[in-house]
Design a binder for this molecule. Structure first.
Ligand code: BES
Ligand code: MN
Length: 460
């Protein structure tokens, strides 16, 4: 039996142990946006460092940033001096779990039901980080690494990686590599191994509309004061036209058009109207006229209200005109839109549309650009044949609607391409209640990564 086979076998026999270890990782409530979870963030970072140290990796460190730290570890231990280096990117932070009462088991309990492990972060992306570590472990316990490995696991992805660019700028040499493996994407379905080659960007805002100095009696003042909740709703409603197009001035100016060939390729993916209706439970889909669902998600920009607040939302009734209203609004962007320009476009829109009866404020939150990855990179080929070995079929290539700004930032700052994959499924409820990880797919994912490291190492 060769070392590759030994590693694959090791991963098989270790399944139960891997699962137990993943549970302890998911157990840690590492919510990056919650200031009260600092200790948990540290604990999650330490969970990784302990694993990396146990594997005998070098330079293992929790490197502080202005925000949550980055975990680093490396093994310049490939069996050949000219072996390539893979930088494994991941994030140990997770989204908040609320609304907690919709979870069937507590979000940080890591509960096994059927073939799934339920818990916040199980799929996005502690399961994926763990799968990468376990694949490296399986190889190291059964021989030498076929490639050099560097881990860079951040703690702020879910809040827009505010400190990762400066981290990469100041650690260029440490992070030097031939390719980044980014398992933060996912699969279309359990029987459809998937490589992601494009991601949308993100620009996130808060809009505040201020009316009267304080809440007013709606009987004494209704009819003479413009209700800020109404104003905000009208502003939001005006951000899309009848055709589902976004009305911010200049918004589409730099949107790159899809080629006929790419449209034909995307049309082959099994992601039609029915697919999205099944995934979401909505009675009908919505979106920009003239484009299919898969095009709208992968290659067209979108704008969404993420949350909206104003006035009285408690039990019972209270007759009041709220003094202010706010909404969190985000846009998903495609090449070659400039995320920073969207701020100006939204500001322009508000200047044109907001009535003189209120004051308003626009706050810029995180932003990151869209990216397209080179699917002809040798690492992509290595991953594709890894999928073929484990799933018995080649992967499909998809554009992803979600955002992983580090991919574009790595291209820009480190000059490094990413190969994007992941072993979460599109019905994993990431960012929602009852997030889960499909374990049979996850185990196959570990096998796939073992093949990937060998394939890539053997390429040259
Ligand atoms: N892993 C997701 C993005 C993703 C999900 C890619 C599914 C492909 C398939 C990532 O953790 C995420 O949620 N990112 C945020 C980024 C933002 C906060 C900058 C997103 O897309 O909302
Ligand atoms: Mn993620």
């Amino acid at each position: 039996m060769n070392n590759r086979q030994k590693a694959l076998e090791y991963a098989q026999t270790m399944q139960e142990s891997f699962l137990e270890q993943l549970k302890t990782f998911v157990h840690i409530p590492s919510i990056s946006t919650d200031p009260e979870k600092k200790a948990a963030m540290q604990a999650a970072a330490e969970w990784i460092t302990t694993k990396l140290k146990d594997l005998g990796l070098n330079e293992v460190a929790v490197i502080p940033t202005e925000g949550h730290p980055v975990v680093y570890g490396e093994c310049r231990c490939a069996n050949r001096p000219d072996a390539p280096t893979v930088l494994i990117y991941g994030h140990y932070d997770v989204q908040p779990s609320e609304p907690d009462d919709l979870w069937h088991s507590p979000p940080f309990e890591a509960t096994l039901r059927g073939e799934n492990l339920y818990g916040r972060g199980a799929s996005d992306m502690k399961g994926q980080v763990a799968a990468s570590i376990f694949a490296v472990e399986s190889i190291l316990k059964n021989g030498n690494m076929p490639v050099n490995i560097k881990f860079m696991i951040e703690g702020e992805e879910e809040i827009g990686s505010p400190n990762l660019n400066s981290f990469m700028e100041s650690h260029k040499e440490l992070l030097a590599c031939d390719v980044a493996l980014n398992p933060d994407s996912g699969m279309i379905a359990a029987d459809l191994p998937t490589i992601t080659y494009a991601l949308r960007g993100l620009a996130y805002f808060e809009i505040r509309v201020y009316g009267p100095e304080h809440d007013l009696h709606s009987g004494l003042f209704g009819g003479v004061v413009h209700n800020p909740a109404q104003v905000l709703c009208e502003l939001i409603a005006g951000m899309h036209d009848q055709d589902g197009r976004i009305t911010l001035p200049g918004f589409y100016d730099r949107v790159r058009h899809l080629s006929a060939e790419e449209r034909a390729e995307l049309a082959k993916l099994p992601m039609d109207e029915e697919y999205y209706k099944r995934q979401t439970g909505v009675p009908a889909l919505y979106g920009e006229k003239g484009f299919t669902p898969v095009e709208r998600v992968g290659a067209r920009p979108s704008l969404d209200v993420n949350g909206i607040y104003s006035g009285f939302t408690g039990q019972g009734q209270k007759t009041v005109i709220p003094s202010w209203a706010m909404a969190k609004v985000s846009t998903r962007l495609v090449p070659d839109q400039d995320p920073a320009a969207v701020f100006d476009q939204l500001q322009q829109y508000l200047m044109e549309k907001a009535p003189k009866t209120v004051r308003w404020e626009l706050i810029q939150m995180s932003y990151g650009a869209a990216s397209i990855s080179d699917i002809h990179h040798p690492a992509t080929q290595a991953l594709a044949s890894a999928f073929l070995s484990v799933w018995g079929k080649p992967p499909v290539y998809k554009r992803e609607g979600g955002s992983i700004p580090v991919v574009g930032n790595m291209q820009r700052i480190l000059g490094v391409e990413s190969v994007l994959t992941g072993f979460g499924l599109s019905d994993d409820n990431i960012h929602g209640p009852n997030e889960k990880l499909h374990l049979p797919t996850w185990y196959k994912g570990i096998q796939t990564l073992i093949h990937f490291f060998y394939n890539y190492g053997e390429q040259r």
